[in-house]
Write a protein that binds this ligand. Structure first.
Ligand SMILES: O=C(COP(=O)(O)O)[C@H](O)[C@H](O)COP(=O)(O)O
Ligand SMILES: [Mg+2]
Length: 488
C-alpha cells in the first residue's frame, strides 16, 4: 500500500536534515518493520485521508504531529535523540466495509510522556492531528499503556472492592437515581426527593450534571439538606446510603472547598463532571484518596466528541484515561436506555473499567491487550432512560459490578418516589435471585418480573407504566468487526 519509495525514511543525514519540506514518512515517522516494545505507548487512529492522500503518508503525519514533527525539516532535531523521540506509524489497515477509512497504529517511546499526567497524554495524542488538513477526519479508537506508565498513576482512590466493603453491599448491582427535575428545586424539596429515594430502597441518589450552585439552590443548602436526608434514610433502613454531591465549580479552589464541606458532613461520595478537565479530575482524585471518599465521574459533554465513528475520541479511550486518572465511578452507558450505546461496544467500556487485564476483543472495540498493573477497578454506571422493566437485560449485559441508575424511572413512578425506588429494588433482587438459582434471565426476565410484581404493588405499577418503553434506534458507534459465535 502507498508509494514505497516515498514512504521510506531518508537515512542520509545530509539529505534528511537539509532545509526544506519532506514527507513525514521520509522524515522517519513511518516504519513498516517497527516492532512495538513492551514499554511503548500505542495508539490506534481511524483516519479518513483527503482524496489523493496516500494513507501511509497520512499515518506518518499523525505520528509526526502527535510527537516531534512540524511541517518542515528543522535542524534542531539533531540536538535531540530524535530517532527515539519520533513516534512511528507501523501499521495501516483498511477499515473493513468502510472505503476511504484506515486504521493506523502508532508507537510512542515512553520518554515522550510525563509521569502520572493524562493531560500530557492528551496534549500529545489529540493535540494537533484532528485539525490536520490532509485528513478529512480522524478518530482515536483505542490506546495501550505499558505497565511502566500505568504504575505512574495512583488510579481509583477507592475501587470496587473497597467501595463494597465501605457500603457493606455485596453480590448485586448497586442502585441509584438522579434527582429530578435536574434544575429548579429548593434545597428542602431536593432533600425530600433524596430521602424518599433512599428510604424506598436505593443505595445512592445523585446530583445531575448541571446542578452546581444556581440562584434557586446554593450548593451549601443542597449539601445540608441532602446529608440530612442521607442520615435519616440510613437510620430508617439500617443501610449505608450516599448521594453524589456534585462539587463541580469554576475553580479548583472552589471544588476543594465544596469537597471539604461534603466530608465534614459525613458524605461517603462526591461527584465531578468530565468537563472540569483531566487535571481537575486527577487533583480531586488525590483529594479523595486522602479523605477516604468515593469519586463519582459524570461524563458530561462526552457525546460531542465520542459518538461519531469517523471523528473524535472513542469513549473507550476516555474510560482508560479515567481509570488511570483515578475515578471510582464512571458513566459508561446502558445499551438499552435513551442514550447512544451499542451493547457490545458498551460492554467493551465496562471491561476497561473492571478487568485486571483487558484482552483484545474486536467486536467489543478492544484492539489491544491492557495490563492494568494492579490499579483498582472502576465501578461503571448505567444511567439514562432505564426502568425496572429492563432489569433482566441490564443484569445480563453488565453483571453485578455496576450502579444501575433510574432517575425518571424512580421519581416518575405513579405512586411516588419511595414506590419507584422499591419497584427497582424488588425487581433487582428478584432478578439476582433468579439468576443465582440458575434461571435464564435473558429469556425468562419478563416472566420473573411479572412473578415478583404479584407481591409488590409498586413493581406492578412500574411495569404497567414503563414496561413497554424501549429506545430502538440504530447505534452510531459500533465495531467494524462482526462478532463470531464464540464472542457474541
Ligand atoms: O440524568 C441522567 C439520567 O436521567 P434518567 O435516568 O431520568 O434518564 C444522566 O445525566 C444521564 O444518564 C447521563 O448519561 P450517561 O450516563 O450516558 O453519561
Ligand atoms: Mg443528567
Amino acid at each position: 500500500m502507498g508509494n514505497m519509495t516515498e514512504a521510506t525514511q531518508i537515512t542520509d543525514a545530509r539529505k534528511r536534515y537539509s532545509a526544506g519540506v519532506l514527507k513525514y514518512a521520509q522524515m522517519g515517522y513511518w516504519d513498516a518493520d517497527y516492532q512495538p516494545r513492551h514499554t511503548d505507548v500505542l495508539a490506534l487512529f481511524r483516519i479518513t485521508p483527503q482524496d489523493g492522500v496516500d494513507p501511509i503518508e497520512a499515518a506518518a503525519a499523525v505520528a509526526g504531529e502527535s510527537s516531534t514533527a512540524t511541517w518542515t525539516v528543522v535542524w534542531t532535531d539533531r540536538l535531540t535523540a530524535c530517532d527515539m523521540y519520533r513516534a512511528k506509524a507501523y501499521r495501516v489497515d483498511p477499515v473493513p466495509n468502510n472505503p476511504g477509512q484506515y486504521f493506523c497504529y502508532v508507537a510512542y517511546d515512553l520518554s515522550l510522556f510525563e509521569e502520572g499526567s493524562i493531560t500530557n497524554v492528551a496534549a500529545s495524542i489529540i493535540g494537533n492531528v484532528f485539525s490536520f488538513k490532509p485528513l478529512k477526519a480522524a478518530r482515536l479508537e483505542d490506546m495501550k499503556f505499558p505497565v511502566a506508565y500505568v504504575k505512574t498513576f495512583a488510579g481509583p482512590p477507592t475501587g470496587i472492592v473497597v467501595e463494597r466493603e465501605r457500603l457493606d453491599k455485596f453480590g448485586r448491582p448497586l442502585l441509584g437515581a438522579t434527582t429530578k427535575p435536574k434544575l429548579g428545586l429548593s434545597g428542602r424539596n431536593y432533600g425530600r426527593v433524596v430521602y424518599e429515594g433512599l428510604k424506598g430502597g436505593l443505595d445512592f441518589m445523585k446530583d445531575d450534571e448541571n446542578i452546581n450552585s444556581q440562584p434557586f439552590m446554593h450548593w451549601r443548602d443542597r449539601f445540608l439538606f441532602v446529608m440530612d436526608a442521607v442520615n435519616k434514610a440510613s437510620a430508617a433502613t439500617g443501610e449505608v446510603k450516599g448521594s453524589y454531591l456534585n462539587v463541580t465549580a469554576g475553580t479548583m479552589e472552589e471544588m476543594y472547598r465544596r469537597a471539604e464541606f461534603a466530608r465534614s458532613l459525613g458524605s461517603v461520595v462526591i461527584m465531578v463532571d468530565l468537563v472540569v478537565g483531566y487535571t481537575g479530575i486527577q487533583s480531586l482524585s488525590h483529594w479523595c484518596r486522602q479523605n477516604d471518599m468515593i469519586l463519582h465521574l459524570h461524563r458530561a459533554g462526552h457525546g460531542t466528541y465520542t459518538r461519531q465513528k469517523t471523528h473524535g475520541v472513542s469513549f473507550r479511550v476516555i474510560a482508560k484515561w479515567m481509570r488511570l486518572a483515578g475515578v471510582d465511578h464512571i458513566h459508561a452507558g446502558t445499551a438499552v436506555g435513551k442514550l447512544e450505546g451499542d451493547p457490545l461496544t458498551v460492554q467493551g467500556y465496562y471491561n476497561v473499567c473492571r478487568d485486571t487485564r483487558t484482552v483484545v476483543d474486536l467486536p467489543r472495540g478492544l484492539h489491544f491487550d491492557q495490563d492494568w498493573g494492579a490499579l483498582r477497578k472502576v465501578m461503571p454506571v448505567a444511567s439514562g432512560g432505564i426502568h425496572a422493566g429492563q432489569m433482566h437485560q441490564l443484569l445480563d449485559l453488565f453483571g453485578d459490578d455496576v450502579v444501575l441508575q433510574f432517575g425518571g424511572g424512580t421519581i416518575g413512578h405513579p405512586q411516588g418516589i419511595q414506590a419507584g425506588a422499591t419497584a427497582n429494588r424488588v425487581a433487582l433482587e428478584a432478578m439476582v435471585l433468579a439468576r443465582n438459582e440458575g434461571r435464564d434471565i435473558r429469556a425468562e426476565g419478563p416472566e420473573i418480573l411479572r412473578e415478583a410484581a404479584r407481591w409488590c404493588t409498586p413493581l406492578a405499577a412500574a411495569l404497567q407504566t414503563w414496561g413497554e418503553v424501549s429506545f430502538d434506534y440504530a447505534p452510531t458507534d459500533t465495531s467494524d468487526y462482526l462478532p463470531t459465535a464464540s464472542v457474541a
